[in-house]
Design a protein around this ligand. Structure first.
Ligand code: HEC
Length: 178
């Protein structure tokens, strides 16, 4: 009988010790979180003159890629064929709708574009050119939330957006112009 009570007492004591250790671990975690929160609140800035840090860039880039690819695979209006006429029409639309940020030649972002965070990029670069035509269509039609990239779906018809996509594709082969 006594041995059984001793056994119960021992397991109760063990349970209490485990609870104390768990409490201590939670307390330490809360202190670490609190310190991180304090440092973040006192060093991070909402201003657009700061470029996003490496972690923010990585998270944003993966998120952007996931949602753009998902939207592009959901079925898009039939792509028109690329032709000199389509590229030329795309260039005209580009001049009115895009050049203000990405630069007249598509590869020299303007001061306004470079003052955004994230910065408006050159469209001749690997970043822009690695998207498929459909993904470029989605970016132009729907824009990129929480960046300066507007949605043009209510400004331009689908075939005009395809023309802009064809123009964007032609930028790396065109001569720089300002
Ligand atoms: C008001 C400024 C602004 C205008 C106007 C604008 N963009 Fe953008 N665009 C941006 C910014 C800022 C980004 C960067 C977004 C990011 O990093 O996620 C961007 C990103 C893009 C990207 C993705 C580039 C990449 O490297 O992944 C493409 C493609 C693009 N824009 C095309 C266009 C086209 C085509 C137009 C016109 C129809 C246009 N943009 C008009 C600001 C603008």
């Amino acid at each position: 009988m006594k041995a059984r009570f001793d056994g119960i007492r021992r397991s109760e004591a063990k349970g209490t010790r485990q609870m104390r250790i768990l409490g201590l671990v939670i307390l330490v975690l809360l202190i670490v979180l609190g310190v991180c929160g304090w440092v973040f609140a006192h060093t991070w800035s909402i201003g657009a003159n700061n470029s996003p840090g490496a972690i923010e860039r990585m998270v944003a880039s993966h998120t952007k890629s996931f949602f753009v690819k998902r939207a592009a695979s959901a079925g898009l209006p039939q792509e028109s064929a690329s032709s000199p006429d389509s590229i030329s029409n795309g260039h005209t639309i580009y001049g009115g709708s895009c050049a203000g940020c990405h630069g007249y030649d598509g590869r020299t972002p303007t001061t306004l574009g470079r003052s955004m965070s994230p910065r408006a990029p050159s469209l001749a670069g690997e970043g822009a050119q690695s998207w498929s035509d459909g993904e470029l269509f989605v970016i132009v039609r729907d824009g990129l939330r929480m960046t300066g990239m507007p949605a043009f779906g209510s400004v331009h018809q689908s075939d005009e957006i395809w023309d802009v996509v064809h123009y964007v594709r032609s930028i790396p082969n065109s001569a720089p112009r300002h």
